[in-house]
Design a protein around this ligand. Structure first.
Ligand code: 1OR
Ligand code: 1OR
Length: 404
């Protein structure tokens, strides 16, 4: 007896499987309901009966993969049909599902998650100029700092450009996570619901990244992100973020667990809180004499010295005479000590400059992570800041005006 496979069944299941591999949904059944409902909607509005690629018609935002001078990249129907067996995929961006599906709030343990080397690679081809812009936008992204060059290149390959309009919601609190975003340009408000009301708790101003938490911990989006003007973002799909960034966190935790435990400032935190800090930390190396913080600059990061030494230098802006603007060394920090907190706590420009003394490595945290994760350490920082004031007077006399 032969069983006839209905026409279209293979394609149908293949399309669904590809979407599952790409989006790694926490609930396969709920995802299937969404996928096939959309397929049905799409088939009633489209004449073609090709298997649905959710991204072709469903993305709400304008996604730009190529500039006018980009190389042609359209796939032939055959190539597209072949995508399941191919190692390298040229894909349109993944969908944004607006409806919440159930979310597993279990703590993610990167140690349990091993790369079998068989997962598909997603590539959005880019023109040279476009890739340069992408590289520029990603050069200071802390989450990418611990990737090796090959992994970083894979991340860049997989990213796709998203143009946004004023008041557009990039992320809504409570949704499932689809992408991680790096800002190329634009201002974005961060809103968090308190007693049912959205409160603006911060903003991104033409730099930074967001959307990592839901993808890292498989939790609903923790905040709403709204574009305040026209802007451009680079998005990284959930599956690639998972494969390259989340898996890398297992190594990061192993490397930094003991060190972070030894940092006096972080002593009062639970182990799980310290691990969350490690997950979002970046590591930066500085050469002897390199400027790490410049007095008067706007502040974006907080630092902990991992190895080497930094010196803190301050200059007076108001002192007249030959000593005006001359930098004076006021302190040094070594392994386990932190700096760069003052401007973040006081919301003022950097009060001093900081330079590396010899080869120095620092752990770096962005201001949003600082606010989110170090709230309970702020009292300790504030006590130390009070002692800066006393030392300021002791070092320069009560009339010294070294602040900006
Ligand atoms: P996500 O995937 O949860 C929303 O989607 C994103 O907003 C989140 O990842 C972070 O990247 C970003 N609390 C939570 N998420 C924040 C916060 C934040 N700031 C930015 N995001 N807080 C504000 C800190 C200035 C704490 C609010 C209590
Ligand atoms: P920031 O964000 O202002 C410069 O960037 C950093 O230098 C500052 O945070 C502190 O982390 C660090 N006064 C001001 N900043 C200090 C001081 C300081 N010591 C370290 N920083 N002191 C008083 C100056 C006479 C303390 C001197 C021991």
């Amino acid at each position: 007896m032969s069983i006839e496979i209905p026409a279209g069944l293979t394609d149908l299941l293949k399309g669904y499987t590809v979407e599952v591999l790409r989006s790694r949904p926490p609930d396969l059944v709920e995802f299937a309901i969404q996928y096939f409902s959309r397929l049905k909607e799409s088939n009633t509005s489209r004449p073609t009966s090709r298997p649905l690629n959710l991204t072709q018609s469903q993305t709400e935002r304008k996604v730009v993969s190529f500039e006018e001078d980009a190389q042609p990249s359209e796939l032939s129907a055959d190539e597209e049909d072949d995508e399941f067996s191919d190692e390298l995929h040229f894909k349109p961006p993944p969908p944004k599902f607006n409806r919440r599906v159930s979310v597993c709030a279990e703590a993610y343990n990167p140690d349990d998650d091993v790369d079998d080397g068989n997962e598909p690679r997603i590539v959005h081809p880019k023109a040279d100029q476009q890739r340069q812009r992408l590289q520029e936008a990603c050069k200071d992204i802390l989450l990418f700092k611990t990737l090796d060059p090959e992994q970083f290149s894979e991340v860049l390959d997989a990213m796709f450009e998203v143009l946004v309009k004023p008041e557009e919601h990039i992320i809504d609190q409570g949704d499932d996570g689809d992408n991680f975003y790096v800002i190329e340009r634009g201002v974005y408000d961060i809103l968090v619901k308190k007693d049912g009301v959205n409160i603006c708790v911060g903003k991104y101003d033409n730099k930074g990244s967001f959307g990592e938490l839901a993808l890292m911990y498989n939790t609903p989006r923790a905040a709403t992100i709204i574009a305040k003007q026209q802007g451009a973002l680079w998005a990284l799909d959930r599956a690639t973020f998972h494969r390259l960034i989340v898996r890398n966190n297992a190594n990061k935790r192993k490397m930094y667990e003991a060190f972070v435990e030894s940092v006096p400032l972080l002593k009062s935190l639970e182990l799980s809180e310290r691990m969350k800090i490690v997950d979002v930390l970046g590591m930066k190396s500085f050469k002897d004499g390199e400027l790490i913080i410049s007095q008067g600059d706007e502040a974006h990061c907080f630092y902990i010295v991992e190895s080497g030494v930094v010196k803190i230098m301050m200059k007076s802006k108001t002192k007249a005479g030959p000593m005006a603007n001359e930098e004076v060394e006021i302190a040094r920090c070594s392994r386990g000590q932190y700096f760069g907190e003052l401007a973040l706590v006081t919301n003022k420009p950097r009060a001093a400059s900081v330079y590396a003394v010899g080869e120095t490595k620092c752990l770096v945290m962005d201001v949003q992570a600082f606010e989110r994760l170090l709230g309970s350490c702020k009292e300790i920082m504030k006590r130390n800041i009070a002692s800066y004031e006393e030392q300021l007077v002791a070092l320069f006399g009560s009339s010294a005006d070294l602040r900006n």
